[in-house]
Design a protein around this ligand. Structure first.
Ligand code: F6R
Length: 240
């Protein structure tokens, strides 16, 4: 595991975007694993800049997002599909047919999970971007006595719903379930980029990187992966 600490989030974002640019230069048809939430927004901005400068093209790339809320249509203001369009997809040359997110309104959610896994098995993710939840979740794999390997439906923890309520009119509007890639699928990626920002994540980051490997802190399972790069700002890294 490689750890890099940055003085400013802007430097971190630029570095992370450049890693994606390098991956795409080396292999234009890369499969990129993407995340939503606050953490990647700045990284996506830098990717868009690199695209606008002609330094990067997504034309041959394929993307898979980690997760989507159950019950929100793709055009719902707070769906992750909409988030990805707003923050990245609408601004780059990635053909729409090459982006994938779980469908949170599928009639048969179990079949949707199986279908997502099938697509993920067909192409290995080359580089997987991850944020870190305050409870140690990655994707929406919440702390538990057991974790599921493949894509599945999760009940969101109250703390996770509270953390995400900032994007909704009220906490009652935050969905109670999500579809998420499982930890097994995440760990199959060739390389993983865990990005953590802010003082409020310092404790859980320390636990994830230096604590015991336990399903009670899903991010700690990243310790078992052979190619993880952790990018943190000074605040998030203050306890390491
Ligand atoms: C989002 C996701 C989540 C977030 C995590 C951190 O697709 O899978 O695991 O990465 O909840 O969220 P932020 O970045 O908003 O602090």
């Amino acid at each position: 595991m490689q750890l890099k600490m940055f003085e400013t989030t802007s430097e971190l974002d630029r570095y992370a975007a450049q890693l994606f640019a390098d991956a795409l230069k080396e292999k234009p048809a890369s499969t990129l694993g993407l995340a939503t939430g606050s953490t990647p927004v700045g990284i996506y901005e830098k990717m868009i800049e690199l695209y606008q400068q002609g330094d990067i093209s997504f034309k041959y790339a394929t993307t898979f997002n980690l997760d989507e809320y159950v019950g929100l249509t793709a055009d719902h203001e707070q769906s992750y599909a909409r988030f990805m369009n707003r923050h990245l997809f609408a601004h780059i040359d990635l053909p729409a047919g090459q982006t994938h997110l779980p469908q949170g309104t599928a009639d048969d959610l179990a079949a949707e999970c199986a279908n997502y896994d099938r697509m993920l098995e067909e192409r290995a993710v080359d580089i997987q971007l991850l944020g870190l939840g305050h409870n140690g979740h990655i994707g929406f794999n919440e702390p538990d006595r057991e974790l599921q390997s493949g894509t599945h439906i999760v009940e969101l923890e109250q703390a996770t719903r509270e953390a995400n309520a900032r994007f909704f009119a009220s906490i009652d509007d935050v969905p109670t379930q999500a579809i998420t890639m499982g930890v097994g699928s995440i760990l199959k990626a060739e390389s993983i980029l865990l990005v953590v920002k802010g003082s409020d994540k310092a404790g859980i980051l320390k636990q994830a990187l230096q604590g015991p490997i336990t399903t009670e802190c899903p991010a700690s399972l990243l310790q078992t992966h052979k190619n993880v790069t952790v990018l943190v700002d000074r605040e998030a890294g203050r306890l390491l």
